[in-house]
Design a protein around this ligand. Structure first.
Ligand SMILES: NC(=O)c1ccc[n+]([C@@H]2O[C@H](COP(=O)([O-])OP(=O)(O)OC[C@H]3O[C@@H](n4cnc5c(N)ncnc54)[C@H](OP(=O)(O)O)[C@@H]3O)[C@@H](O)[C@H]2O)c1
Length: 267
């Protein structure tokens, strides 16, 4: 085991991160599992086996990124960084609190950039790989997801620029899942997806796409159809997608109205 080197995986206590860690371990990677929930990390580490390690920490706190870098160095250095930790709070932009905007931008964009920066010397020394887990909402601006979209569009821009900058030195890739069955999605978001007929993948399906991207020369992969097509059309003819999404606004508002009502009555 461990013939592929060390994979540092953020969000390993979550749905997609745990599935990616499982498939990486099956493919011979040694994993350093990161997250905040120590119980979940410990359970996963026990399931995967003794050569894997975990580190429970909040990546937004000062010193956390440095701790990850030192821990990875003590294990021989990272050959793969998977930036999978993320958070998503679907609400109107008007109702966002400053702290909520900062948290989403930090977890989804700033932390992946800082971790990549700190681990780059280790990754470069073995011509390693960074995979940033973005979203279909990193291609398609979606109502009531403005902060999340800003973070995931940003992560995609960062990935693309760095991938071109480090060509031949470190591979930098962007994986864009669509709706996936994990706890990041509230009951309202799940109900909205059902109402709109959006398919929800399993974390294992996303991890399978992750392995395909990792083992290919591709720099980016959007999971699922028609999201793959919408991402391209939105890039070429955003006016067409404007109209299709604006038609959904009434339905979207129905499903977040509960959240709005709760917020309004508590403020
Ligand atoms: N599920 C979807 O529909 C979907 C669709 C497209 C893209 N994605 C992306 O896929 C990635 C994984 O999400 P998921 O669906 O697996 O969600 P999830 O089950 O909620 O997992 C989120 C992970 O991020 C970690 N995390 C959040 N804030 C953190 C912080 N401050 N410090 C350290 N770790 C933190 C969580 O750790 P703890 O649980 O230990 O706190 C957890 O491991 C995210 O980047 C998400 O944006 C998800």
């Amino acid at each position: 085991m461990g013939k592929q080197g060390l994979a540092v995986i953020t969000g390993a206590s979550g749905g997609i991160g745990a599935a990616i860690a499982t498939q990486l371990s099956q493919a011979g990677w040694r994993c350093l599992l990161l997250g905040r929930d120590e119980n979940k990390l410990q359970l996963l580490q026990r399931t995967l086996g003794g050569e894997h390690q975990y580190l429970a920490l909040d990546l937004t706190l000062p010193g956390s990124v440095q701790r990850v870098m030192m821990h990875a160095a003590s294990l021989g250095g990272a050959a793969l960084l998977v930036n999978c930790a993320g958070c998503n709070e679907m609400r109107s932009f008007q109702s966002e609190q400053l702290e909520q905007i900062q948290r989403q931008m930090t977890v989804n964009l700033v932390v992946p950039m800082l971790l990549t920066h700190h681990l780059l010397p280790q990754l470069s020394s073995v011509k390693g790989t960074v995979v940033n887990v973005g979203s279909a909402f990193g291609y398609i601006g979606y109502p009531y997801q403005s902060v999340y979209c800003a973070s995931k569009f940003g992560l995609r821009g960062f990935s693309e620029a760095l991938s071109r900058e480090l060509d031949g030195q470190v591979a930098v890739k962007y994986l864009a899942p669509r709706a996936t069955d994990t706890s990041i999605n509230s009951e309202d978001v799940r109900a909205l997806n059902t109402a709109l007929g959006n398919k929800m993948d399993t974390p294992e399906e996303v991890a399978h796409s992750f392995m395909r991207l990792l083992n290919s020369k591709k720099r980016r992969l959007v999971v699922g159809f028609p999201e793959k097509l919408f991402a391209r059309v939105n890039g070429l003819l955003p006016e067409l997608v404007d109209n299709a999404i604006i038609k959904q606004l009434k339905t979207i508002k129905n499903y977040i109205s509960c959240q709005l009502n709760t917020k309004e009555s508590s403020s």
